[in-house]
Design a protein around this ligand. Sequence first.
Ligand SMILES: O=C(O)CCC(=O)C(=O)O
Ligand SMILES: [Fe+2]
Length: 463
Amino acid sequence: MPLTLPVISIAPYVHRTDTNEAERRATSAALHEACVNYGFFYLDISSFASHEETDELERLAHQFFELPQDAKDVISIENEDLARGYQRLKQNVTNGKADAHEGIDFYRPVEQPEKGWPLWGENQWPSDEVVPKFKATYEVWVEKMKQLGLIVMEAMAAGLGLTAEEWLDLRSKVDNSFWVMRVIGYPPLPNDHDGFSCGSHKDYGCLTFLHADSTPSALQVFLPASTPALASAQSANAKHGDAASANGLEDTLPREQGVEEGVWLMADPKPGCVVCNIGEMWEIWTQGLYRSTLHRVIHRGSNYRVSVPFFFEPNYTARIAPLPAAIRAWEKLGGQATTPPPNVKRDPVVYGDFLRQKVAGNFEESGPDLRPPYPPTISPTHTMDPVPTFVRGETVWLWTSDSGNSWTQATVLSINNAAKHESARNISYNVIFFDRSNRKVATTVGPALIRRCSPVMREGITA
Ligand SMILES: O=C(O)CCC(=O)C(=O)O
Ligand SMILES: [Fe+2]
C-alpha cells in the first residue's frame, strides 16, 4: 500500500448548515488526527476556490519569472525592508545553503511603513504595465486565504477540544494575521546538483496553504521512522512482498538537522486541494502534540515549476503559549503516549519577535541586527492610548533628539508618577543611554517617545 497524506475536505465549514454538524465534527477529527500523525495533509478547497483561479495564479507567476533579470530586480527586496519584494535565484538561504529558487514575498501591510525596520516596509508588486492584473488577482487570493485561515483554525480548535471561550481567545491571536505570501519560481536543478531547490525546514507560524503547479516529485515531507502510519505501511508492504517501494519508502534519510531516521514522502499536488501544513506556533500551542514537519523541495524535472505558499500566521504581537486544551489532550494520553511526536516543551514566544529572527536567518550576510527590535507602530509624536508604563531598569528603545532623532537602546532610570492619578499622560521617565560616542546621556521623556522591545511579553508589569 503506497503511503500518502490524508485528504480532508473543509466544505462542511465553508458551507455551514444546521444539518451538517456531523460532517463538521468529522472534518475536525480528521484535522486532529492529521496534525498528530503528520503535520501535513491535503485540504480539499474545491468548495471554496476554483481551478480557474489557481490556473491564473500560475499563469501570472510564469509571466513575471519570464521577464528579463533587470525587470524583476525593479522590485528587489533591497529597495525595501529586505523582506518584501523579489529575491533572485539563490538569494534565499536555508540551513546555510543557497536555495535554487527565486520568488516574490508579500507580507501583511502595516499602517506606518518604515523600510529601516525589519519586516516593516511596503509590499512591492509587479506593475500592471509589466504583468497586467498580477496585483489585483493576487490580492483576491490573499483575502480568500485569510478567510480560509480563520475557517481552518476554527475547525482545528474544535478538533483539539477547545471550549467556545477558549476558541475566542485563540481567535484573538490570529484575527489580524501577519500573513505572508510567496510566489516562487523553481528552475529545474541540473542532475549533478547536490543542493536543494528549497532546503529542509519547518514553517514558522500557524498554517501554510500551498498551491503548486502540477509538477510531480518536487515537494517532499519528512516522516520520522516512528510515525505510526509509516510503520503500518511498511509492515503491510512487507506482507505483500512489496519491499516498501512506492512513494520513496525505501529512501531512508541521512541524519539531518538532528532528526531521527525516516523517509521523505512525495507530496505531489492534487486537483482541488492545497497542501496544508502546520508551523512551529502549533508546536508551542500543543507542546508538540501537533507536529510541525520538515519538508523540502528537490525539483529535477524539465519544466520551470511555480508554487504559491500562503502562510496564515498569528498576529504580530500575539503571545503564543501552550493551550489549556492541548494540556488536557496530553493528560488524556496519561503521560504514557506511545505515539510520537515527543512532548516538545518550548518557551512561549511573541510571534513578531520569533518571525524577525527567522527571517534574518534566511540570508547569508545577515550580521547582528542592530536595528530596534520592535517597530514604531505609531509615530513618535503621537500620544499613546492606553499610556504604557515602564519599570526601572527596563531596557527600552528611545527616540530623542539627543540621539539624533533616531531609535537608541536605553535604560529606564527613574519614574515620575506624581501626576499619575490626575492625568496619566503626565508620567515621565528619566532614561539613560549611550550616545554614538559611547557617552552616557540622561534625558527625560514621556511615554510616547519610548518603545518597549516586546510589549506583550511584559504584560502585567506596572511601575
Ligand atoms: O514550493 C513548495 O512546494 C514549498 C515551499 C515551502 O516550503 C516554503 O516556501 O516554505
Ligand atoms: Fe515551507
